[in-house]
Ligand binder design. Structure first.
Ligand SMILES: C[S@@+](CC[C@H](N)C(=O)[O-])C[C@H]1O[C@@H](n2cnc3c(N)ncnc32)[C@H](O)[C@@H]1O
Length: 280
């Protein structure tokens, strides 16, 4: 095992079963100072925070939470509760997401055309929802291509599974992901499409890291999301969507992506931006 990982697991060992919390805490802190860029760093931060809470060191836990906020706290707690509800009424979302009252649905052909899909491409539809874009992407990339329909919602995954069978969409692969990771293998896709889902990412830094890892060098990340302009956007949008386009762009650039362009579209409530993972 590489030395960095051994350091994390040593802390983990002292932490497990509260063997030696003080020692574990010291090791987690050393790990975070020396290896803040390592993929295990968010896990170390969360374990250390939990340890402080468990050992009732409230002030230290709060200071720690503030320092490592994006790894520990959801940026929008509860935003996914409707989708995670075991009694999810999928049909009500089919009606909402695939109806003429939604501009994304009205302009779906334009949104699809702007992706620049080619036969044989491997595409991830992250937050696939009811599959509004999964099926047209599947047809565009053809039998030599693949679509990964990535979802955190069991209810949506069940619906996508039934639809995949009904449509004989053999190139569609369902991926049950977590709120922190898309669970896609490294360097496995050419394009990641995220429609009205970025504002649902509760741990954007971690989810973006997993998208970055999943893209092949030079691969594209396409984001379609709500414009959030105080004084202009609807009240619902201002409450539901936590960040506007400029902030979203900053977060995505901070995750190692290069901004390519904003596309011109007929959309009025949503923007369409393209990023890429630097080649090499
Ligand atoms: C507003 S819907 C959009 C669905 C679809 N992209 C569309 O435009 O019709 C957001 C979807 O993202 C899913 N979701 C939320 N957070 C996610 C995450 N971190 N990773 C993957 N899917 C997520 C939800 O379960 C929900 O189905």
């Amino acid at each position: 095992m590489p030395a960095v990982e051994a350091m994390f697991y040593e802390a983990f060992w002292y932490d497990l079963g509260a063997q030696d919390p003080a020692r574990a805490m010291k090791l987690y802190e050393d790990f975070l100072v020396k290896h803040s860029e390592h993929e295990l760093a968010p896990r170390a931060a969360r374990r250390a925070h939990d340890l402080l809470v468990r050992t009732k060191q409230g002030d230290r836990a709060e200071a720690f939470r503030k320092k490592y906020e994006s790894w520990i706290t959801s940026v929008k707690p509860g935003i996914n509760s409707p989708f995670l509800d075991p009694k999810l009424d999928v049909q009500s979302f089919v009606d909402r997401f695939e109806g003429e009252s939604r501009e994304i649905f009205i302009h779906r052909a334009k949104i699809l055309a702007l992706m620049g899909l080619k036969e044989g491409m491997r595409v991830a539809d992250v937050g696939a929802g009811t599959g509004l874009f999964t099926w047209p992407i599947s047809r565009k990339v053809g039998k030599d291509g693949a679509v990964y329909a990535v979802e955190i919602s069991e209810g949506m995954l069940e619906h996508l599974t039934k639809e995949k069978e009904r449509r004989s969409a053999d190139n569609v692969h369902l991926v049950a992901c977590t709120e922190r990771s898309t669970m896609l293998p490294p360097a496995s896709v050419d394009l990641v499409f995220v429609c009205d889902t970025y504002h649902h990412f509760e741990y954007p830094a971690e989810t973006l890291a997993s998208i970055h890892a999943a893209l092949k060098p030079g691969g594209a990340l396409v984001i379609v999301d709500f414009e959030r302009i105080p004084g202009k956007s609807r009240e619902w949008t201002l409450g539901h969507v936590r960040a506007g386009k400029d902030e979203v762009r900053k977060e995505i650039e901070a995750a190692g992506f290069r901004f390519v362009r904003e596309e011109k579209t007929p959309l009025e409530e949503n923007y369409y931006v393209r990023f890429e993972k630097a080649a090499g």
